[in-house]
Write a protein that binds this ligand. Structure first.
Ligand code: NIG
Ligand code: FE
Length: 424
């Protein structure tokens, strides 16, 4: 496969017309409970793009003149690009050998205890130069974009020493500069205890709180701080210390929690005003109640990772019916979710969690845009927002898309208003 390139921003006025449905029109709002079904659609319309931004839209018969380039959508639909608010896409190597170990009966935790898993990824990453890591990560970012995603949160966490964590975050900064896409960076130094600190957690915690966090904050390398709160990884007491330091340095918390056990992480994250609690494969009614009282802490659900690990899916239907607004993300990483495609996430959310196609699409566009504070740039079709768009092949209606994951329903992926990034 040829390396993908960041497309130049489109210049001038581009008209896309003959669009059967423009999906998710308007500035939008974070949608919760019954509002998760609301999805504004404009049928039989045009979309005008100017210098990489959405400039207007309306009924086909009102299509404007004075256009530099015209694209006939031929009855396809236009969607805002997906927004992925949980990825680990800066990594060194795939881990398919562990995938086979798990088929043979080893658990994720057993592999981790043997020095595999996250520690395996860290060992490989430490050996790469920053340029090597950047080049492979840029390709993964663009391959993710080719599946329909144009805004990302990217975590560190495969370095686990000060220099390597900084290296990852510098790579994320370069990805942001080179791609021009909306990208947020998350410091995840508390992903696993490095082998050298297995018996001295306090010493690694001191490095996280007294060395890494101050340095990352001073260099402006991260927006958020995350941790893996789970049996065998970080306890609530340890995460509490970490988040106290992170918040003091202006890094807002997010938390991997309740993937395998009731770790207590949901209550702790809420107490620290975290922006999200991610995974929640294990989540009971009391924890749903606690989240209802904390509207600033969004449940981020990762159905591809749950499926890949053979876990029960989180109780997403129950959460929405209780009034919560949920976010869906890929968790793209080499261990538990080696697939960046949010169209697969869309399908799994519908089939495994019983979300309606509209609910899941809100959880993949406008809700994560708000969660990452990118609502002015992406997440819906509105004048002034960046023109990162999916143009579909002709379809009967929206439900065909999650129904048919894996089929090539993307006709064009438009990035920065440029329709030539990917044309099928
Ligand atoms: O979100 N759960 C912790 N972190 C990742 C997996 C990381 C890995 O196995 O490399 C996750 O699933
Ligand atoms: Fe993750």
């Amino acid at each position: 496969m040829q390396p993908l390139q960041v497309p130049p921003k489109q210049q001038g006025r581009l008209l896309i017309h003959n669009i059967a449905g423009l999906v998710q029109t308007g500035m939008g709002a974070f949608r919760r409970g019954p509002a998760m079904k609301e999805l504004p659609i404009l049928n039989n319309g045009y979309l005008l793009i100017e210098d990489g931004l959405i400039a207007g839209m309306g009924p086909e018969e009102e299509s404007p003149d004075g256009i530099d380039r015209v694209l006939d959508a031929k009855g396809g639909w236009i969607l805002p690009a997906f927004v992925d608010c949980h990825t680990h896409l800066v990594f060194a190597e795939w881990r398919n050998a562990e995938f086979v170990d798990r088929i043979r009966g080893l658990s994720y935790q057993e592999i981790a205890q043997r020095g595999g898993g996250i520690l395996n990824s860290a060992e490989k990453l430490r050996r790469l130069t920053e340029d090597e890591l950047f080049e492979s990560s840029l390709q993964r970012l663009l391959q993710s974009a080719a599946t329909g995603t144009a805004a990302f949160e990217i975590k560190s966490g495969y370095g686990l020493d000060t220099e390597s964590e900084l290296k990852i975050l510098r790579v994320v900064r370069r990805l942001k500069q080179v791609s021009g896409l909306p990208i947020r960076a998350t410091f995840l130094g508390a992903h696993a205890y490095p082998a050298e600190f297995r018996t001295d957690h306090a010493a690694y915690l001191r490095i996280l709180t007294d060395e890494m966090i101050p340095e990352i904050a001073a260099q402006g390398l991260a927006d958020y701080c995350d941790a893996f709160c789970e049996n065998g990884f970080f306890s609530t007491e340890e995460v509490d210390q970490l988040f106290t330091a992170a918040t003091a340095h202006g890094l807002r918390p997010r938390l991997h929690t309740n993937q395998f056990t009731h770790s207590g992480g949901i209550d702790l994250a809420i107490a620290h005003g975290a922006l999200s609690v991610d995974h929640l494969e294990v989540c009971d009614d009391r924890e749903i109640e606690a989240l209802l009282k904390a509207p600033g802490t969004a449940p981020v659900l990762l159905p591809y990772a749950a499926m890949f690990m053979g876990l029960h899916h989180p109780p997403a239907r129950k959460m929405i019916d209780a009034g919560l607004g949920i976010v869906l993300a890929s968790d793209f990483n080499p261990g538990t979710s080696p697939n960046p495609s949010l169209s697969w996430t869309w399908t799994l959310a519908c089939t495994q969690m019983k979300l309606l196609p509209e609910e899941a699409l809100n959880a993949l566009t406008i809700n994560p845009a708000f969660n990452l504070d990118f609502q002015d740039r992406v997440g819906s079709l509105a004048p002034g927002k960046e023109a990162h768009l999916l143009l579909t092949k002709p379809i009967s209606d929206l439900s065909f898309l999650p129904y048919s994951a894996g089929q090539p329903w993307i006709d064009r992926m438009i990035l920065h208003g440029n329709p030539d990034f990917l044309a099928n």
